[in-house]
Ligand binder design. Structure first.
Ligand SMILES: [Zn+2]
Length: 373
């Protein structure tokens, strides 16, 4: 035997001994079957861990947005009716609101105003055409106490729209089916009903309760070009509280949520979307996290980070507003076929981008979807 062969033999003996030791260990653990099961579990875990980045962010080449109508199929945007488009502003020639929802409105004999008044001086308002805000069925077309001549339309989803102080010449009758944007009448001339001047009193009732019409319609050009998918809808506080509480989030606080809702509303940005961003940026700020008390003041990392510079000097209210304004700014100039969330991080966006990491939009979209479900 050469030296090499001896060394090899010794090597083999050592390997056999090691294998025996392993086998004894296996026997100690129970049976060899148990060991195999353990091995499979371990391998499975390894595979899952290796796949996590792909599960979270997807492959880089999949991150480019592929336009597809179904990609927003899970949403029920507040501004979209059954034909898939926005509710129409009822008086397109006038954008001025002279009396907002909830104001005291002695002129109409009500303690608080159940709708909005749209007018722009008698000369510009009289006999201006009025259009149905959405498809539906006319249930009233005639005089009613406090409303003068009024049209009332029932829509899908237990929604009713009311158009008050019209000219007595109506263009629809009770029982008519109307389409969204169909002309229904004109603003009454002069002093009509109990109103103080020509104006359209526009009201929306959801399940019989008067709600702010501005949650459904916006005056044309009143907002910047926010995509419908991300535009304001009232925060579903109760459901969102539940969601955030389960995540032990420091945002699970009605006062903070009201602040976020207010910031979103002022910029026509969906507050659910603002919250989804905090999920991506800060995991919704778990209250047991180090510096949670500081992060909660800027969970959107506006000005770069909650941790330094201007970004460290904000209140939650201020950072929410800046985040909302940033979303509005970055939403501009979007090609129609590009996903509105992807556009916020797209390097083609001439207004900049929200985050360095391209995976940001996938995470935000997933959180947004979860928050709206
Ligand atoms: Zn009114």
């Amino acid at each position: 035997m050469s030296e090499g062969v001896v060394a090899k033999s010794l090597d083999v003996i050592q390997k056999v001994q090691r294998a025996r030791r392993l086998y004894r260990l296996a026997a100690l653990l129970g049976s060899s079957t148990a060991l195999i099961v353990l091995l499979i579990c371990f391998l499975g875990l390894l595979i899952v861990v290796a796949l996590i980045p792909y599960l979270i962010f997807g492959k880089e080449e999949n991150m480019a947005y592929q336009a597809s109508a179904s990609s927003w199929g899970w949403m029920e945007p507040a501004y979209i009716d059954t034909d898939g488009s926005a509710y129409a502003w009822p008086l397109p020639t006038i954008t001025r609101i002279t009396s907002t929802f909830g104001q005291r409105d002695i002129g109409e004999g009500a303690e608080t105003h159940k709708g909005i008044d749209i007018a722009n001086g008698a000369a510009n308002t009289e006999l201006q055409p009025i259009y149905a805000t959405a498809a539906g069925t006319v249930v009233i077309a005639g005089a009613a106490e406090g409303y003068g001549q009024v049209v009332r339309i029932e829509h899908e989803g237990d929604l009713v729209s009311i158009y008050g102080h019209l000219d007595s010449h109506m263009e629809v009758s009770v029982g008519d089916t109307v389409q969204k944007g169909q002309r229904i009448g004109r603003v009454g001339a002069g002093k009509v009903g109990r109103s103080t001047g020509p104006h359209l009193h526009f009201e929306i009732r959801k399940r019989g309760v008067a709600v702010n019409p501005l949650d459904y319609v916006k005056p044309p050009n009143a907002e910047q070009n926010m995509p419908l998918e991300l535009s304001y809808r009232p925060l579903r506080t109760e459901a969102v509280m539940q969601y955030l509480t389960a995540k032990k989030s420091a945002l699970a606080d009605p006062e903070i949520l009201a602040m976020i809702d207010k910031a979103g509303k002022s910029q026509n940005v969906d507050p659910h979307f603002l919250i989804a961003i905090t999920g991506q940026e800060q995991s919704f700020v778990p209250s047991n996290k180090l510096h949670a008390d500081l992060i909660i003041r800027n969970p959107w990392n506006v000005f770069g980070c909650w941790c330094s510079g201007k970004g460290a000097e904000l209140t939650t209210e201020e950072s929410a507003l800046i985040a909302a304004k940033t979303i509005v700014k970055l939403s501009q100039s979007r090609p129609a076929t590009v996903d509105p969330i992807y556009w916020l991080v797209s390097r083609d966006n001439p207004h900049g981008y929200y985050a360095e990491h391209m995976g940001w939009w996938i995470g935000v979209k997933a959180f947004y979807k979860a928050l709206l479900e």
